[in-house]
Design a protein around this ligand. Structure first.
Ligand code: PLP
Length: 392
């Protein structure tokens, strides 16, 4: 059955029509290489620079501090490895958190094999990093702090401005993975006291396979890709002009009237959460009650497997995500839910609903109508549930 209701906007978002329109010329008649000096090349170059201004404006940076990358993961890799290698003479200690995206965690694991030492800060039951824990983790050889702005699974928003202040006081480079935050909540690099920030086009109505890294002018991570002189000689390779144009257009659209959009989406989320908690027994809301991304609702249902739930919802034409990593070939429950202290069996029964700009109240109503029945049908297959019901 075709998906008719899409609730997986944290995984990716539909490309906006205006974004496609802005990209089209650069996929067709405007095919010049931005490094070429004749007018066809200059036209592509101008388009890149316009997109750079759009990204800079959206996050309060200078255009010269924006570097386009092949995706959000690349931006994270560059910020972390680039800083580690540039600063390794000063020290080899890095601070991060237990709930980072794999683009950060696996990069850190790679660095550990190269002799770096990483402190992974714990989070509380709502997914928040403690500023006090951060302060006590800082050492004379700490060279980098990398902590995400908002978590992709449970939506918890971290105290980035406070963390940035502490990093600055201790003269430690601070990177934040803001891939889930940009386009959903206000992001201003100056207010947040960050030195580097990663973002990704497909999370806010832009194309896949394009991202950006903000690098404050005073910070110098190592060059990411060696080769030509693109991206001020720091990330070589002929630019993906059409996608960069799409990213620029998408970030402008996403950050326009952000306050109204946030209110509308938060309202839908609250309506969903209230109804699910009321209509379904043995359910838990994961993440922070208020400090969370407007569109994120993450639930754990006892006695069921998240994957089975996803398949049943898919049959009903609803696309959502589970908290576990099964899609990536592992049967382990999500590292994020475990870090929040959820027992394995509960972490397995998780469902992430991520609401986007295009979703309507009617779609939420449909989910509220369908979900209690789907959960009950799955629970009826569980011996544990049967036993609990029998003993009631
Ligand atoms: N960081 C976070 C928090 C994400 O949610 C994602 C994507 O899911 C990424 C990084 C990776 O972004 P990309 O898919 O553009 O590589």
């Amino acid at each position: 059955m075709e998906t008719s209701i899409y609730f997986d906007n944290a995984a990716t978002t539909p490309l906006k029509k205006e974004v496609l329109d802005a990209m089209m010329p650069y996929l067709t008649k405007e095919y010049g290489n931005p490094s070429s000096i004749y007018s066809l090349g200059r036209s592509s170059k101008n388009a890149l620079e316009k997109a750079r201004e759009q990204v800079a404006e959206a996050i309060g940076a200078k255009p010269s501090e924006i570097y386009f990358t092949g995706c959000g993961s690349e931006a994270d890799n560059w910020a972390i490895k680039g800083t580690a290698f540039a600063k390794s003479k000063k020290g080899k200690h890095i601070i991060s958190s237990k709930i980072e995206h794999h683009a950060v965690l696996h990069t850190l694991q790679y660095l550990e094999k190269q002799g770096f030492e990483v402190t992974y800060l714990p989070v509380d039951e709502f997914g928040k990093v403690s500023v006090e824990d951060l302060k006590s983790a800082i050492r004379p050889d700490t060279i980098l702090i990398t902590i995400m702005m908002a978590n992709n699974e449970v939506g918890t928003i971290e105290p980035i401005a406070e963390i940035g202040k502490i990093a600055r006081e201790n003269q430690i480079v601070f990177h934040t993975d803001a891939v889930q935050a940009v386009g959903s909540i206000d992001v201003d690099v100056n207010e947040l006291n960050v030195d580097m920030l990663s973002l990704s086009g497909h999370k806010f109505g832009g194309p896949k396979g394009v991202g950006a890294l903000y690098i404050k002018s005073t910070v110098r991570p190592e060059v990411f890709m060696h080769g030509g002189a693109q991206e001020r000689m720091r990330r070589a390779g002929t630019e993906n002009v059409a996608s960069v144009v799409g990213l620029g257009e998408a970030i402008t659209l996403a950050t326009n009237n952000l306050k109204e959009k946030k209110e509308k989406i938060t309202h839908l989320r609250e309506y969903l959460i209230e109804n699910i908690l009321e209509k379904i027994p043995y359910v838990k809301l994961n993440g922070h009650r208020t400090d969370r991304l407007p569109g994120n609702a993450n639930f754990s249902f006892n006695f069921i497997e998240g994957e089975a739930l996803l398949l049943m919802l898919d049959i009903k034409g609803i696309a959502a995500s589970s908290g576990s990593a099964c899609t990536s070939g592992s049967l382990d429950p999500s590292h994020v839910l475990l870090a929040l202290g959820l027992p394995h069996e509960i972490a397995h029964g998780s469902l992430r609903i991520s609401i986007g700009e295009q979703n309507t109240k009617e779609e939420i109503d449909k989910l509220i109508e369908v979900l209690p029945d789907v959960v009950l049908r799955l629970r009826e297959m569980s011996p544990l549930y049967e036993e609990i019901m029998r003993n009631q």
